[in-house]
Design a protein around this ligand. Structure first.
Ligand code: ADP
Ligand code: ZN
Ligand code: ZN
Length: 658
């Protein structure tokens, strides 16, 4: 009798929702999770063996043999292999592309890994004596057995990091490993050195400045169990670690944990899945929990730990709402704010102004006829950058010179309308000539180390006034800043996006956390036309937690996430109506089931971007399972169904409906 054939099921980095069958080359044993080189059309691809089977639906004469086995053993651990497979199912993303996203580039290219980094023992800084809130928090984490998620909600400066460090310290004494995920922006040398200074063990840091070789080495060290602590951004969640016993997700609310294109996963959510697979505790730490995490906590899925006092002894900032209704504004700044600034500056302190809009003005308008400069590729206005004298589209990056005349009537009277950070910077330089103003946004920090250079200058008091975007809201400590101002809270209060209020609340508290960290108490001034907004008042009077509870209630009433689950299908094409036609046909493929709402198709909020017309179809369900089941069936149908020139993608648990 003939032996049954040996079929190798291989995940290949191609955008197809399937695995591929191949024959082995010889009798050499091959392990699940090892890389193999295979012929694919007229290409050679590196894939991952994920199953060994004894039959194939591919006719025997069509089956090809693999070319080479690249690894003797699995390059993943059992649990990271499972994590990738789970993620592929949950996000309905091709398994081969998931594996590709999980590996460093050199491994994708089929290179063999080694590491010759020697670890030199060093002196370490001693741990701090925990305060009466930190100690019980640490005890709870240390006592956790198996899968056990914690939401560590601690105001900025309450010493969350110290709790992480000591929880990790315990594992280091037991020869185990810990994984720390941080948002992109906060993987600064300061953060890293807080970890490296504390432990006498090899630490792998996976940040975006690593070259391919360094990245692969860090990965390899973790996989070999040499690196005992891995600190990294989003994709570090996939790092294989054979003795992983604790996962930390710092700033768990941060939106950079969600990948916004291609394989659109949430690293925070995958970290939770990973902790469940590894059967280890996971700590989600933040001063401003995401509404999802608060909801999970309310459902009893997470243990809640609160830290309410500032560990370093710094005082909490006070809030001050500036009612700008009917007020005369100077480039968006009220007289009252300018006065406050003067007061703080004259005392030798620093001031931070926050505005989430870079450039000089978001609009350039013709004073004679009302013509507005718009992007030719997007349904968007062009931002005026005065310094470079260009008009810049912040959606497709298109740049043009500023026209000298209106393109509609020929008038030369073109006016900048509205304020961006550059314009505020210019105003402040004029208004406070005796003080130095520095602008910190994406434009002013291009180039390696530019951001750190500017931040150092701020530390050294070379600048007294800081104007900046999002970038200033996270991670950095500005001990000399005693006044923080949010110039435009109305953007967040009035936005149509249902997450805008959550983001505004997080932003205000995060920005507030920058101030008064040292012995100088801080003030947070918020300019708004809605000084009576109940949730804004709740936020500043009762704090983030109370605010979030009320805002969550509004979500519950509206039936919005986290009280429902969403999936968004985006389609785009060069032909205006095709995305809608495609999504309409796609919608007709769905056998509707109870509890799943299908909304659309509708044009995307910005219908045209980079020359492509875009449309959305939104699926919304009370039950995650029914949504998942429906999509699983539907995508296989959708795959075999196409409209020429239309590309589509699926976003599970979308963060933005844009
Ligand atoms: P968080 O991560 O919550 O923002 P950090 O861990 O950065 O807070 O702590 C804020 C400051 O307080 C840091 O300067 C830190 O060194 C200090 N700190 C933390 N815990 C203690 C402690 N138990 N005793 C004294 N200082 C502490
Ligand atoms: Zn005109
Ligand atoms: Zn554009």
């Amino acid at each position: 009798m003939m032996n049954p054939p040996i079929i190798l099921r291989i995940a290949l980095p191609v955008p197809l929702r399937k695995v591929f069958d191949y024959l082995p080359i010889n009798a050499a044993p091959i392990t699940i999770g090892a890389r193999v080189l295979v012929p694919f059309g007229n290409r050679r691809l590196v894939g991952i063996l994920i199953e060994i089977a004894d039959h194939s639906n591919v006719p025997a004469n069509k089956l090809k043999s693999i070319l080479n086995v690249l690894d003797k053993t699995s390059i993943f651990t059992e649990h990271t292999l499972s994590l990738c497979q789970w993620a592929s199912q949950y996000y309905h993303h091709p398994i081969g592309e998931v594996f590709a996203a999980a590996m460093p580039a050199l491994l994708r290219q089929g290179k063999t890994l080694t590491s010759n980094d020697e670890f030199l023992p060093k002196n370490i800084t001693p741990k701090l004596t925990l305060n009466s809130e930190q100690q019980p928090a640490l005890d709870k984490i240390n006592q956790a057995q198996g899968f056990c998620p914690f939401l560590l909600e601690g105001i900025t400066g309450s010493g969350k990091t110290e709790v992480y460090l000591q929880a990790i310290d315990k594992l280091m004494q037991q020869e185990q490993q810990a994984l720390v995920l941080v948002p992109e922006i906060s993987l600064t040398p300061q953060t890293v050195s807080r970890f490296t200074a504390r432990f006498n063990v090899p630490i792998a840091v996976l940040h975006s400045n690593l070259n391919d070789k360094e990245r692969a080495e860090a990965w390899y060290q973790a996989q070999q169990g040499i690196a005992r602590i891995v600190i990294g951004t989003r994709s570090a969640v996939f790092t294989p670690m054979p003795r992983l016993k604790l996962i930390i997700v710092d700033e768990e609310h941060d939106s950079s944990f969600k990948q916004q294109d291609g394989f659109r996963y949430s690293a925070r959510d995958l970290a939770l899945k990973r902790a469940q697979l590894e059967q280890c505790p996971i700590v989600l730490g933040t001063a401003t929990p995401s509404f999802e995490s608060l909801h999970n906590m309310q459902l009893g899925r997470y243990q809640h730990i609160m830290l309410n006092i500032r560990a370093g002894g710094a005082q909490l900032p006070t809030f001050d709402i500036i009612d700008i209704r009917k007020q005369k504004l100077k480039q968006g700044l009220s007289f009252s704010l300018l006065q406050k600034m003067q007061y703080h500056l004259d005392k030798g302190q620093q001031v931070l102004l926050f505005l989430n809009r870079r450039g000089f003005s978001p609009t350039l308008i013709c004073h004679d006829c009302g013509w507005v400069a718009e992007c030719t590729q997007c349904d968007a206005r062009l931002t005026y950058h005065k310094k470079k004298n260009i008009l810049h589209c912040h959606h497709c990056e298109q740049q043009t010179r500023v026209p000298t005349q209106c393109l509609s009537c020929g008038s030369t009277d073109l006016l900048p309308l509205g304020q961006g950070t550059q314009r505020i910077e210019a105003l402040l330089q004029e208004h406070f000539p005796q003080y130095k103003t520095v602008r910190i946004d994406r434009d002013s920090t291009r180039g390696k180390n530019k951001l750190h250079q500017l931040l150092d200058e701020v530390q050294n008091d070379q600048h007294q006034i800081l104007v900046g975007t999002q970038m200033l809201a996270k991670g950095h400590h500005f001990p000399r800043v005693t006044l923080v101002a949010i110039l435009d809270a109305d953007q967040g209060l009035l936005s149509a996006d249902f997450r805008a209020l959550e983001r505004l609340g997080q932003l205000i508290m995060q920005v507030a956390g920058r101030a008064g960290r040292a012995s100088l108490p801080g003030t947070v001034a918020i300019q708004t036309h809605h000084p009576q907004h109940p949730l804004l008042l709740q936020l500043i009077n009762q704090g983030y937690h109370a605010f979030a509870k009320d805002a969550l209630n509004e979500r519950a009433i509206a039936g919005l996430p986290p009280y429902c689950f969403m999936a968004l299908v985006r389609a785009e094409s060069m032909v205006e109506n095709d995305p809608i036609i495609f999504l309409q046909q796609a919608r007709e493929l769905i056998t509707e089931r109870e509890g799943v709402m299908i909304l659309g198709p509708i044009p995307a909020p910005m219908q045209r971007k980079q020359g492509h017309y875009r449309a959305h179809l939104l699926l919304q369900a009370k039950s995650r399972t029914s949504l998942q089941q429906l999509i699983a069936q539907w995508v296989t149908q959708l795959d075999s169904f196409a409209l020429k020139g239309v590309r589509w993608s699926l976003d599970i648990d979308p963060h933005s409906l844009g």
